[in-house]
Design a protein around this ligand. Structure first.
Ligand SMILES: [Zn+2]
Ligand SMILES: [Zn+2]
Ligand SMILES: [Zn+2]
Ligand SMILES: [Zn+2]
Ligand SMILES: [Zn+2]
Ligand SMILES: [Zn+2]
Ligand SMILES: [Zn+2]
Length: 1753
């Protein structure tokens, strides 16, 4: 196939060889009908280059099209050799200062919060780095693709519009016409070429015939070759398409995936090539298969020549985009050509493209959009013209887009952001093209559903609806762009057009006014929740628009006045629409009366949607703020206002909320609750709740306060309670219905709160005399009064304004202190103490929950400061004149009547139908009034000005007839009421205020009053305070006790939630106990040796070890013959210490793990949480877990964080992930032999005799086969040496349960470590156990070095326990294995050091990790020693092993780790002179033996190399023998210090000059040395230094990360998927272990692993991390932990913003910087093998993590 294709292309080449671009161009120059000539050329060549077979061949197509098609065009255009001509053009070009870099998907973009005109203004990374904004507060996001860099656009930036690169030079003549420098002929030629080619491309891309071509393009010859073309849609899923394709064109799954991916990316893909019949057949199958669910997939059978021309059309557009880059003049000509109308006024080519946009496939759209961006949008003159065309086509384009099912990103409508966000452009389009009105009208047209009154009525909000609705909303986005910055200068025409738009907008709002009305449901619950989401979505989307409309109005007085009038007219119109049909009624109370209508919220229709009223409220405030109201009162229709009409609907809405709170609307279901929630929510409240309140304030300010309150009472349906003459009494008696009483209490509370808000909310500029930032400051203060908050929490709690910086950062520092984050958690802002006095308990944006939290927090704060607990209202700013009369509400008769009534109820609580909250609110209102009075007195110098006299009014007794006590008298009574403990401080505060105001009045009236009485009063107050505090202390104690009881109940819960913390404290506890219990060597200090015949032994019998089972709490002694005790343990494969990640994974079945390679590429790590159980208790527990899991799986298909089938379980105590248990074993008893032990030569001799005997015995035992008979005879000559009993079967010292556990753990280690099925008979079981012991010790040794901790005493107890168990288990595991197998392992191990002719394939010592060898030798020796009765001791053997291995390791280090240039002589001072000399000598010996070592003259260096290289080995050996032999540790190793070397050597029974080992037994070692050096592997190793491991092996680190996160984003944005040729990866993910970037979470990079499809990350973990992976998801800024295929979790990234917070998902866009502590923490988790455990904990805490398909990441 491939061969055939290349034949075709070579044939083609031959055919085209004679072609000359130059000649063709010359011919064209002569042509009379150039378009015809060119078309002829295209018709001839295009079908010969493109689409010649089923598989496209882009390289040769590109090459040929360059040669045959583009080259003649370029020749023609330049009139000379194109490369020369284009270079000239480029040279003469004066480029515009616009950067115009078009963003790729995922590329970082930067915006400046301080200087950007609006948030859509962005810079590319290059420009950003060269701009001034780098030093500003910038925002960083990743681009969704499309859009370009705004560098150089002076309108986009308030400051610094140019980066260094795009800075215009002063002599710039950018105003000049770029065509000025170009010759007329060139212009003409360019014009010709561009118009022909652009026309051709437009014709082809908009061509909709499948089988014919436009005139002049018909191919000379026509074959029966067709493509079956599949098109993209957003309806069918990937899976559906893949499935269908497999059926229709019988391709493999893989091909289908590739087809589907291309269709998704490019919008279309040919899935079959052949004759018409063949393609038609595939088409019908696809259509049939997909028509069932929805509309079928779009498929076309197209003639190959049509497809070919379309391919070249795309190429031609790309070529145009490319060629105009050489010169701005070319670009201008292209723009001209594109926008030119046809001779008879036909659409221009640009128009044609735009209008066909929704019919084109994705790939075509993308290419022409890009051409638009690099041409029309880069030329300032034509950008304007294009914008006009765009605006003219706007309605049509949007309508097409609604029908189109592609994302907006690939629609031409998305270009609006490039045009509308330029303020001058937007204004031009508003004035010239009436754009604002067009957008609004188009929007309204698309919302068709109306009720009888013409209001919107949305259908049930289905997914389909939501999709449609989202499309419509993009219009709102456009409107937002247009309005984004308000004009600083207005023209009359702009005013006219804006107001026309405003009218259209009012029409829209009128359709919303009163939509989704609700009626209270009584009796039955509603049957179906009514639709409400659509209406709220609309409201939410419009919120910003409404705010921006007001901003525009505020910027011009005339516009404001006109808009106000229009809005008022609209509102009046709305009101006339729905009369309530009720007669007016008259209300009277406290000597006042008012007319109103009869209307009950609880009985009639009421709607939450009142956008017209609210807009009017907003404009009303602006009248006050801009002082238009005072300067042009005559122009305002203020007299037309009817205040009761203004407040009517907002009041109803607020009453509705109150009634919902009071539980009166329960039967109306959740939809209403949700609406009320959003009404107050930060996303909506600015243009809903806030404005209703303002409207009430506006209305009330124009009314008699008594009248206002009576209407409020009436709407709250409370009028009857307060209006009766004896209301103070009657309410008590009228307790007919408990529910009603309860409801009324809540309603009264809500109403009092409303009054507080009407009088007290003065923080919007225009209502109160405040600055703009005061409102924000107050919001922040009140948020922080609840609790300290992180920056992002604060941002969330404040109304966002994405168009404008809220300036929060500036404000925040004035009211809060920043507390930095630790290694976890985040930075928090804490309220400055001095700001606490601005706290208002009844802050209008508090929810009830917020309020009670804030109250608690503030009371606590006051207690801590030793203050009383009163939370009086704060001092308020004065009202603006327009609202000034509102304060009178506080002293009006109706309010005083209400206050008196509530206080009276509180005095006589027998009825019980008042509430404390009611009283609290009344007290707060009284406090507000007193503060108001105080302030008025303070601020006015003249007594007569003070119109406010609250103190006087509350001192007067109540009205006749009952002649009730005054409010003041009631308060004094309440002060002593025992049931009002909580409110006492507040009442006291009020009384004090009254006194102080009276004093002030008297003082201003007459001479100052006597100090004495005041002092006296203070005194008694103080006494009382004392008693009070005592009482409170007692109460506090009781409360504490109660809390303690609750605490213990919550403990379990708490432990679950705070695992990390808990574990830490456990570890600390453990570490301290283990230190005190284990290391008490006292007098033995000097003689502490852990290995060899001289080793330390516990005197007077062994210490009994007693442990407690965590499951049954029984104690148990650890003895060989007792029941087994086990530790929960987790074995995992590990590559943490790997020095060679390129080593391919072993083949589990055949891998021989006996010798560990020094690169430590794979190991098995064992960890434990240290919790001990009886083996039988554990077994019972595990069986229960299994059973539970089975039941659970049957019931519901949920997963757990652990895999029971793989033996996993959670530790019953700490829930740590475990997968096996280690048995606890006592020390092996070794008799202390008195007899002299043989020295090394003799011992070696004995051992080799024993080995020979064993070898011959093993062969005899084995059934011999013919080939080996000779050898068998040969070894038969070796009889066992004296005392070695081959026939002796050692007695197994262990109880059956211990034996069982030995097998359990051994099998588990084998199974996990090799990734094989469990097989307890496999000879590799003991090897894996020894290996895991060695690997775990090595990893812990590394960890201690990395953490700079001493070797002993710093490990948590659980790790000590784990190591001890591992070592002792290792030495015992042979007892449950086949004896001869273990003996054979030993023989092979020893042969690596002591050459043995009987053992084949002994490794070279450079290929062996010596620590693993030592551990395995020691642990396997028991299997040989058990048959020895000659008196050889194990201790002696251990000593000889360590000596042998140490010497071998020395050789290894000297051969691999000595740097080549070691010539500098270092002064040694003679301290280690002997060592230096002997190491030199030894090195020279090696040199002689190998003859290839470099010269080294410095003994000092050599010795230091050796010391540094062997230290990890010695430290590991010390850990090993300490745990194996139970020898106490020398105190010197409990601290970091200089004496480590000497102490270690003596502890290990080694001379501190290690070379002595060699020189003491040179006779033994010399032949060994020769053997090692002559090993054939030796030369091989030394000749390839790149694979040599040098010592000490450095600890692995996670990769270096850049300081600035954007560097990573940038790196990821240029990363392309390695599998799908140059495509951008959607989820680039960085392996933090090795630094590989992966294309995660995507079909393209799925691979098969063990028969399952897995994503790139999971696949990578199996190569890089033995199944465990640590990744950084770059787009999400999220760390990903993976373990195996089913486990994973997300983890906080090590990047923080300036506020000490992470930004997972990059939603906030603050600059992020690397936090090294956090990164180190992740590294530590990895190094200590805790990733899997971390995942387990995360999954236990958050069950949703369990459901994620981790393997597809
Ligand atoms: Zn740029
Ligand atoms: Zn720039
Ligand atoms: Zn800036
Ligand atoms: Zn037990
Ligand atoms: Zn545990
Ligand atoms: Zn990796
Ligand atoms: Zn990929």
């Amino acid at each position: 196939m491939a061969a055939a294709e290349s034949e075709v292309s070579s044939a083609l080449c031959a055919q085209f060889l004679s072609f000359s671009a130059k000649d063709t161009a010359a011919k064209w120059l002569q042509a009379t009908d150039l378009p015809k000539e060119v078309y002829l050329h295209l018709a001839r060549y295009v079908p010969k280059i493109y689409c010649l077979g089923p598989n496209l061949n882009p390289q040769s197509e590109d090459l040929l099209s360059q040669l045959l098609l583009q080259a003649p065009l370029e020749w023609y255009l330049c009139g000379e050799e194109p490369s020369v001509g284009l270079a000239k053009l480029e040279q003469n070009n004066q480029p515009s200062q616009l950067c115009g870099h078009v963003f790729k998907v995922g590329e970082p973009t930067y915006s400046c919060r301080e200087c950007a005109a609006d948030p859509t203004c962005v810079l590319c990374m290059q420009c950003f780095l060269g701009s001034v904004h780098k030093e500003h507060r910038y925002r960083m996001t990743t681009s969704g693709g499309g859009g370009f860099c705004d560098c150089g656009d002076t309108e986009a930036w308030k400051k610094g519009p140019y980066c260094q690169k795009h800075e215009p030079n002063i002599s710039d003549s950018s105003q000049e016409d770029p065509l000025a420098n170009m010759s007329a002929e060139m212009i003409a030629r360019t014009y010709n070429v561009f118009s022909i080619i652009l026309k051709y491309a437009v014709d082809m891309l908009t061509w909709d015939k499948e089988d014919e071509l436009p005139q002049g393009l018909e191919p000379p010859e026509r074959g029966d070759t067709y493509y079956c073309m599949l098109f993209n849609d957003e309806v069918h899923t990937y899976e559906q398409v893949i499935y269908t394709l497999q059926k229709a064109v019988s391709c493999t799954q893989k091909e289908a995936v590739s087809f589907a991916t291309t269709v998704d990316r490019d919008g279309r893909k040919s899935v079959r090539y052949g004759d018409f019949q063949f393609c038609e057949q595939a088409k019908s199958v696809i259509v049939r298969n997909t028509s069932r669910q929805t509309k079928p997939l779009r498929v076309q059978v197209m003639h190959s020549s049509v497809v070919a021309h379309q391919c070249f059309a795309l190429k031609a557009l790309t070529w145009l985009g490319h060629i105009i880059r050489y010169s701005d003049a070319l670009r201008r000509i292209l723009c001209q050509v594109g926008l030119q109308k046809g001779p008879e006024g036909e659409n221009s080519l640009v128009d044609t493209l735009m209008l066909c946009d929704s019919k084109m496939w994705k790939g075509a759209r993308n290419i022409y959009h890009q051409l638009f961006m690099s041409s029309l949008l880069m030329d300032l003159k034509y950008k304007k013209l294009f914008a006009i065309q765009f605006a003219r086509n706007y309605q049509r384009l949007q309508t097409d887009f609604m029908e189109d099912d592609h994302e907006r990103l690939v629609s031409v409508t998305s270009l609006s952001v490039q045009l509308f966000t330029v303020p001058t452009m937007a204004r031009m389009l508003i004035t010239e093209e009436n754009l604002m009105t067009t957008i609004i009208r188009t929007f309204v047209d698309h919302l068709r559903h109306r009720d009888l009154q013409g209001r919107f009525q949305f259908e049930r909000y289905t997914a389909q609806q939501a999709f449609k609705f989202r499309r419509v909303q993009s219009l709102i986005g456009d409107l937002k762009y247009v309005l984004i910055s308000y004009p600083t200068e207005w023209t009359d025409k702009l005013r006219d057009k804006y107001l026309e738009g405003f009218d259209a907008f009012l029409e829209l709002l009128k359709c919303m006014q009163g939509m989704d009305p609700v009626v209270r449901q009584v009796g039955q619950h509603i049957e179906m929740e009514p639709e409400w989401e659509a209406a709220f979505t609309l409201q939410m989307k419009l919120t910003h628009i409404i705010s921006m409309m007001q901003e525009w109005c505020a910027s011009d007085e005339r516009v404001l006045i006109e808009a106000y009038k229009k809005c008022l007219t609209a509102l009046t119109h709305c009101h006339s629409g729905f009369t309530d049909g009720e007669q007016p009624i008259t209300l009277s109370m406290c000597g006042h009366s008012v007319d109103t209508i009869r209307y009950c919220v609880s009985q009639e229709k009421v709607s939450i949607h009142l956008p017209v009223s609210r807009l009017l409220a907003g404009l009303h405030v602006l009248l006050s703020k801009t002082e238009v109201a005072y300067r042009f009162p005559e122009q305002l229709p203020l007299s037309e206002l009817s205040p009761p009409m203004l407040i009517e609907h907002p009041l109803r809405c607020l009453v509705l909320c109150a009634q919902v709170h009071a539980g009166m609307w329960r039967r109306n279901g959740f939809s209403l609750v949700n609406q009320i929630y959003y009404y107050h929510n930060v996303k909506c409240r600015v243009e809903m709740f806030d404005k209703d309140l303002i409207m009430l304030q506006a209305g009330a300010s124009m009314m008699d306060p008594n009248h206002f309150l009576m209407i409020v009472l009436s709407r709250f349906e409370l009028f009857h309670i307060f209006s009766s003459a004896d209301c103070r009494k009657r309410y008590n008696r009228e307790n007919a219905n408990k529910d009603v009483v309860q409801q009324n209490s809540t309603l009264i509370e809500e109403m009092l709160h409303l009054i507080m808000m009407v009088v007290g909310e003065r923080f919007s500029a225009g209502i109160g005399q405040v600055e703009n930032c005061d409102e924000l400051k107050r919001e922040i203060i009140h948020q922080l009064c609840i609790r300290p908050m992180a920056h992002s929490e604060l941002v969330k709690a404040l109304p966002e304004n994405e168009n404008k910086e809220t300036g929060m950062e500036r404000v925040i520092d004035s009211v809060a202190l920043f507390k930095k984050p630790g290694v976890t958690g985040r930075g928090l802002y804490e309220l400055r103490p001095e700001c606490a006095k601005q706290f208002n308990l009844y802050f209008h944006h508090y929810s009830r929950a917020d309020q009670s939290k804030a109250e608690e927090a503030q009371r606590k704060l006051k207690r801590q400061n030793g203050e009383d607990s009163a939370l009086p209202p704060p001092v308020l700013p004065p009202f603006c004149p327009l609202f000034a009369s509102l304060v009178n509400i506080l002293q009006c008769d109706v309010l005083l009547g209400m206050l008196g009534a509530v206080l009276q109820w509180a005095v006589e609580p027998s009825g019980g139908h008042w509430s404390e909250s009611m009283l609290q609110r009344v007290l707060h209102l009284i406090g507000m009034a007193l503060l108001e009075e105080q302030q008025q007195m303070e601020s006015s110098c003249d007594d007569n000005e003070i119109t406010f006299n609250f103190t006087l009014k509350i001192s007067r007794p109540g009205e006749a007839p009952s002649n009730t006590p005054s409010i003041l008298a009631l308060l004094e009574t309440l002060q002593n009421a025992p049931h009002l403990e909580v409110h006492k401080d507040m009442i006291r505060w009020i009384l004090k205020m009254v006194v102080s105001i009276k004093t002030m009045r008297e003082r201003t009236a007459a001479a100052p009053s006597s100090e004495g009485s005041g002092h006296c009063q203070e005194e008694t107050v103080r006494d009382k305070d004392k008693a009070e505090r005592k009482r409170k202390a007692e109460m506090a104690r009781l409360r504490r006790e109660k809390i303690m009881a609750q605490m213990s109940e919550m403990q379990r819960h708490f432990i679950n939630e705070n695992k990390e913390l808990f574990q830490q404290s456990l570890e600390e506890l453990d570490a301290s106990t283990s230190a005190s219990q284990d290391h008490s060597p006292s007098s033995w200090d000097s003689a502490l040796v852990c290995v060899g015949p001289r080793r330390w032994r516990a005197g007077g019998g062994e210490r009994r070890q007693v442990v407690t089972c965590i499951l049954c709490q029984e104690e148990q002694e650890i003895r060989p013959d007792s029941r087994a005790m086990v530790l929960a343990a987790f074995v995992q494969r590990s590559t943490v210490m790997s020095k060679n990640r390129r080593r391919p994974p072993h083949i589990p079945e055949s891998y021989d793990p006996l010798f560990m390679h020094p690169d430590l590429s794979f190991g098995a790590h064992t960890g434990s949480c240290g919790h001990i159980m009886h083996s039988h208790c554990w077994q019972r527990y595990f069986e229960a877990v299994q059973a539970k899991e089975q039941r659970r799986q049957q019931r519901l298909r949920v997963h757990t964080s652990y895999d029971v089938e793989n033996g996993e379980f959670l530790c019953p105590l700490c829930e740590c992930l475990s997968n096996t248990v280690i048995p606890l074993l006592p020390l092996t008893k070794t008799s202390c032999c008195i007899g002299e032990q043989p020295g090394l030569p003799l011992w070696l001799n004995t051992i080799s005799q024993q080995i020979k005997a064993l070898q011959s015995a093993h062969r005899k035992a084995k059934p011999t086969n013919a080939a080996t008979t000779d050898e068998t005879k040969a070894v038969e000559d070796y009889p066992p040496p004296e005392g070695f009993r081959l026939d002796h079967t050692p007695m197994n010292p262990y109880s059956s349960s211990i034996k069982e556990m030995l097998t359990t753990f051994g099998t588990a280690t084998y199974k996990v470590g090799l990734k094989v099925h469990p097989n307890e008979q496999d000879p590799r079981v003991p090897i894996m156990c020894w290996g895991s012991c060695a690997y775990t010790i090595q990893s812990i040794e590394r960890l201690l070095v990395d953490e700079e901790k001493p070797l002993f005493g710093s490990l948590p107890c659980r790790q000590d326990d784990c190591l001890r168990s591992l070592a002792r288990f290792g030495s015992a595991c042979w007892t449950v294995s086949c004896l001869s197998t273990v003996q054979n392992h030993f023989i092979r191990l020893l042969s690596a050091l002591v050459p043995d002719s009987q053992v084949e394939n002994s490794p070279c010592i450079l290929d062996v990790d010596m620590f693993h060898l030592l551990v395995s030798l020691v642990l396997s020796y028991s299997a040989v020693h058990c048959q020895d009765s000659s008196g050889l001791s194990v201790d002696a053997a251990q000593l000889h092993f360590i000596h042998l291995v140490t010497v071998a390791h020395l050789v290894q280090i000297l051969l691999t780790s000595v740097p080549a240039e070691l010539t500098m002589e270092q002064e040694s001072g003679g301290v280690e002179h002997e060592e230096e000399e002997s190491v030199c000598l030894f090195y020279n010996t090696l040199k002689t033996l190998l003859g290839s070592l470099c010269d080294v003259s410095s003994g000092w260096h050599l010795w230091h190399c050796v010391k540094a290289g062997i230290l990890p080995f010695l430290r590991g050996a010390a850990l090993f023998f300490h745990h194996l032999n139970g020898v106490p540790t020398p105190p010197d190793l409990h601290a970091l210090g200089a004496s480590e070397w000497e102490t270690l050597c003596s502890y290990l029974c080694l001379p501190s000059n290690l070379l002595q080992l060699y020189y003491n037994h040179q006779d033994v070692f010399e032949p060994l040395l020769q053997g090692w050096c002559s090993h054939p592997g030796m030369r091989l190793c030394l000749q390839s230094p790149e694979i040599l491991i040098s010592f000490p092996r450095e600890s692995n680190r996670l990769i270096e990360l850049p300081e600035d996160y954007s560097a990573l984003i940038n790196q990821a944005s240029s990363f392309t998927c390695p599998k799908s040729g140059g495509d951008k990866s959607r989820a680039p993910t960085l392996c933090l272990v090795c630094g590989t970037m992966l294309c995660s979470q995507s079909y393209c990079c799925q691979t098969e692993l063990e028969g399952e499809d897995v994503g790139a990350c999971t696949a990578h973990t199996f190569v890089c991390g033995a199944g465990v992976g640590i990744f950084l998801r770059v787009r999400e800024c999220q760390v990903l932990f993976l373990a195996g295929k089913t486990k994973g979790c997300f983890y906080a990234p090590p990047y923080l913003d300036d506020y000490g917070e992470t930004d997972q998902g990059l939603r906030r866009g603050n600059p992020l910087h690397l936090c090294r502590e956090r990164y180190r923490k992740i590294q530590k988790l990895w190094r200590q093998h805790s990733i899997t455990e971390e995942i387990g904990h995360a999954q236990e805490a958050n069950q949703t993590l369990v459901g994620i398909d981790w393997q597809h990441l």
